[in-house]
Design a protein around this ligand. Structure first.
Ligand code: FE2
Length: 304
């Protein structure tokens, strides 16, 4: 394929034209995309035909094993690798995807899983009149711009990541902080998750529980060896071994340091955009939108 990669006038990100979703990627195509992703962190595939579910899966799994995201969100989807991110509900009020039009706070996909998200893919199928922006923050740069002394301290530290208590009401000893507004799991999504879990129980369908995990604060990208400040602000609950107050203060300092405009790209969506991003090396967040209007997205992630 003839890819044309144009860097955005932003601290990160590039537009990619020339993707043919129904054609398999050659070794060179894959290498070109991987190189562009390493350089730009966020790639916006635009101007190509809208990929079918199968084509989207085939494309994404070229880069790694896919998370069965929709299973964790209790969906019945013939393609469990695709997480339906939308605000569509059936006649019984069961969400047909993640549910909700609320603001989604800064996070890295699947940071609460032992094998975290590596790349993520987000495709716009249907958008409201004023589509909410998705913003991306460069966590390589966040680490590079920390003082050496802080980096040395962080090298010894690990953090606990979880959405379990919030989403299901389960208890966890390290998870007693009240949820902040703009959580990585919205109130509506939580209600939807519980409704779907109840429905699955009635249908006798068992779905896997949402996991929790510990990760170092400094992670290394397995393919490039580049180091990342890995914090996932709405999912990280505590830094292991630090007193609560010290842990909260350090998480806030690292979050504030990361989320400076010079590290951020704000994406304005068009229908048909497929945004591929290095979810290990970045954070992302989404604005809210008018809940009376539909927003339909497809999301996939490879795992570490
Ligand atoms: Fe996400």
């Amino acid at each position: 394929m003839n890819f044309e990669v144009t860097p955005l006038k932003a601290p990160l990100g590039a537009i990619v034209r020339g993707w043919q979703p129904d054609e398999p990627l050659s070794v060179t195509d894959k290498e070109n995309i991987s190189q562009a992703l390493r350089k730009h962190i966020v790639l916006v595939f635009r101007g190509n035909p809208q990929p079918r579910d199968e084509a989207l899966i085939a494309f994404a799994q070229e880069f790694g094993n896919l998370v069965k995201g929709s299973e964790w969100f209790q969906d019945q989807d013939p393609k469990p690798e695709i997480l339906r991110v939308n605000n569509i509900y059936d006649a019984d009020g069961i969400p047909q995807g993640t549910g909700g039009a609320e603001k989604l706070g800064w996070h890295a996909d699947y940071s609460y899983v032992p094998r975290v998200g590596k790349e993520s893919f987000l495709n716009a199928v249907e958008l409201p009149a004023n589509p909410p922006r998705t913003s991306f923050c460069n966590q390589y740069r966040a680490l590079e711009t920390l003082p050496d002394k802080t980096v040395e301290k962080l090298r010894k530290l690990r953090a606990f990541h979880s959405i379990t208590k919030y989403i299901s009401g389960d208890e966890s000893p390290m998870d007693d902080k009240p949820e902040k507004p703009g959580s990585a799991v919205t109130r509506e999504a939580r209600a939807g998750f519980l409704a779907k879990r109840e429905r699955n129980r009635e249908l006798g369908i068992a779905k896997p529980d949402i996991p929790q995990a510990e990760h170092p604060l400094i992670m290394k990208h397995p393919e490039t060896g580049r180091e990342i400040l890995y914090i996932s602000p709405q999912i990280i609950k505590a830094i292991i071994g630090l007193p609560r107050e010290e842990s909260d203060t350090l998480i806030k300092e690292l979050t504030d340091h990361s989320l400076r405009e010079e590290n951020i790209y704000h994406h304005d969506w068009q229908v048909g955009d497929t945004v591929m991003f290095d979810t290990l090396g970045s954070l992302h967040a989404r604005e809210s939108w008018n809940p009376a209007e539909r927003r339909v997205m497809r999301q996939l992630s490879t795992m570490l």
